[in-house]
Design a protein around this ligand. Structure first.
Ligand code: GMT
Length: 376
C-alpha cells in the first residue's frame, strides 16, 4: 500500500507513534510518505520506501497567523496525486483531520478518491478539543473521516463525552513499542555516573506541560530519597521547566537531580533507571510509561485516563489518585527498598509491555487500511 502519514514532527507522543508506525509499515514493504512541516524527530533513517514531504508555511507579513492548515491541505492534494497514495492516516485531530477532509474534497472534484483515517491521541480531545471554539470543526472532521481510531478505551469514551455530536464509530488501537529496540545490557559505567554510590535511579520523561504535574514528581522524589538513597533524572523540556528548577531549589533536591533535556532515543537512559514516575492530571495512554516498562522499569503513575489500561496496579507498578503524593511515595518505596521486590516488578513491567509489542498492533492498522481502501 502507499500510505501518507500526517503528524506533528516533535517529541510528543503522537508524533512518536506516527513515526514508529510509518517505519514499521515501511519495513513490511509498504510505501510510506510523511507529510509535515519538519522531519519527524524519530525518523532517523530514510529507507527505499520511506519518504518525507515538507509543508512550507508562508511568512507573508499579512499573515499574523500563518495558515498552516491550508498549506497542509494543498500539500496533501499534491502528494496524493503525484505519489498515487492509497490513503491518508492523520495523527492528532487538530488541524490534521480537517486538512485531510479539505484535501479529500479537492481531490474528489478532480475524480480522485482517497480515504483518510484520523487517529485521536489525547489532548486533541481532552484538553484542546474541549475548547468550545474547536468543537464544530473537530466533530465534523471526525464524522467525515473514513475511519477513526483512539489510542485507548478511555480516550474513546472521552471523545463521545466531549463531542456529543460525534456519530462515527471510534475503534481502539492501542499504542505500541518495538520490543526489539529495548536492550537490557545495563551500562554500569553510565549508571555509576548518575548514581556513584549505587543509589536507585528514578526517572521522568515528558514535555513538561502543566498537565504532567512535574512538580508532583519532585515532591514524590523528595519523600523517597529520605527513605531510600536515590537520584532523579528528568528527560524532556517544556513550559514548566523553569518552575521545576525553582521548586528543586526550594526543596533543596538539586544535587540529586539531573535534567537532560530532550533526548531522541530515551530507551538508552531508561535502561539504567529503576523506577518511572508519571504524575499526570490526564493521560490518554501514557506512551512514556510503556517505553519505560519495555525497558524493564516499573511505573508509579496516576490512575487517570488510559493509564489503567497500560500500568497494572501491584504488578507492573502502582497507581494513585492525581495529586496523592504520599501514596505515590509510599508505593515507590515499597518497590525500591528491596532488591527482590524491585527485580520482580522489573520483570512484570516487561511482561506487561510485551502485550503492546508492534507485532501485535501493526496488523490492526493494516487491516483497517485495507477496509478503508475497499470503501473508497
Ligand atoms: O501530551 C503529550 O504528552 C503529547 C501528546 C501528543 O499528542 O503528542 O500525547 C498524547 O498522545 C500520546 C500518544 O498517543 C499518549 O501516549 C499521551 O498519553 C497523550 N497525552 C495526553 O493525553 C496528555
Amino acid at each position: 500500500m502507499k500510505i501518507g502519514i500526517v503528524c506533528y514532527p516533535t517529541f510528543g507522543g503522537s508524533g512518536v507513534v506516527a513515526t514508529e508506525l510509518g517505519k514499521a509499515l515501511a519495513e513490511k514493504g509498504h510505501q510510506v510518505h510523511f507529510i509535515t512541516y519538519s522531519p519527524p524527530v524519530r525518523l532517523d533513517f530514510l529507507s527505499g520506501n520511506l519518504f518525507y514531504h515538507e509543508v512550507s508555511v508562508s511568512d507573508y507579513p499579512l499573515f499574523e497567523y500563518p495558515p498552516y492548515e491550508l498549506v497542509l491541505s494543498s500539500k496533501l492534494v499534491d502528494v496524493v496525486k503525484y505519489e498515487k497514495l492509497d490513503l491518508l492516516h492523520v495523527h492528532y485531530a487538530i488541524p490534521h483531520a480537517s486538512a485531510a477532509y479539505m484535501a479529500k474534497q479537492i481531490l474528489a472534484s478532480q475524480g480522485i478518491n482517497v480515504p483518510f483515517i484520523t487517529t485521536l491521541h489525547g489532548t486533541d480531545i481532552t484538553l484542546v478539543g474541549k475548547d468550545p471554539s474547536f468543537e464544530p470543526v473537530i466533530t465534523f472532521a471526525i464524522n467525515q473521516s473514513d475511519a477513526v481510531t483512539a489510542v485507548s478505551e478511555s480516550l474513546k469514551h472521552d471523545t463521545y463525552k466531549n463531542f456529543p455530536n460525534v456519530k462515527k464509530e471510534v475503534k481502539v488501537i492501542p499504542n505500541f513499542i518495538c520490543l526489539e529496540e529495548y536492550s537490557f545490557e545495563r551500562n554500569k559505567c553510565q549508571k555509576k555516573m548518575y548514581a556513584p554510590y549505587g543509589e536507585r535511579i528514578l526517572i521522568h520523561v515528558s514535555n513538561f506541560r502543566k498537565v504532567k504535574r512535574v512538580e508532583d514528581v519532585l515532591r514524590v522524589f523528595d519523600k523517597v530519597r529520605k527513605q531510600v538513597p536515590s537520584k532523579l533524572i528528568l528527560v524532556g523540556d517544556g513550559p514548566e521547566r523553569g518552575n521545576i528548577e525553582k521548586l528543586c531549589r526550594e526543596l533543596d533536591t538539586c544535587k540529586d537531580i539531573k535534567s537532560l533535556g530532550k533526548i531522541v532515543n530515551p530507551e538508552q537512559i531508561l535502561a539504567i533507571a529503576d523506577l518511572f514516575l508519571l504524575t499526570s492530571e490526564t493521560e490518554s495512554f501514557g506512551l512514556a510509561a510503556l517505553e519505560a516498562m519495555a525497558s524493564k522499569v516499573p511505573v508509579i503513575s496516576t490512575n487517570t485516563g488510559g493509564l489503567p489500561e497500560v500500568n497494572v496496579h501491584g504488578f507492573s507498578g502502582y497507581m494513585s489518585n492525581v495529586g496523592d503524593i504520599d501514596d505515590m511515595a509510599k508505593n515507590a518505596i515499597v518497590i525500591l527498598k528491596d532488591d527482590a521486590v524491585l527485580n520482580r516488578f522489573k520483570e512484570n513491567a516487561y511482561k506487561q509491555a510485551s502485550k503492546f509489542d508492534i507485532a501485535e498492533i501493526l496488523p490492526m492498522y493494516e487491516e483497517l487500511y485495507k477496509e478503508v481502501i475497499g470503501m473508497a
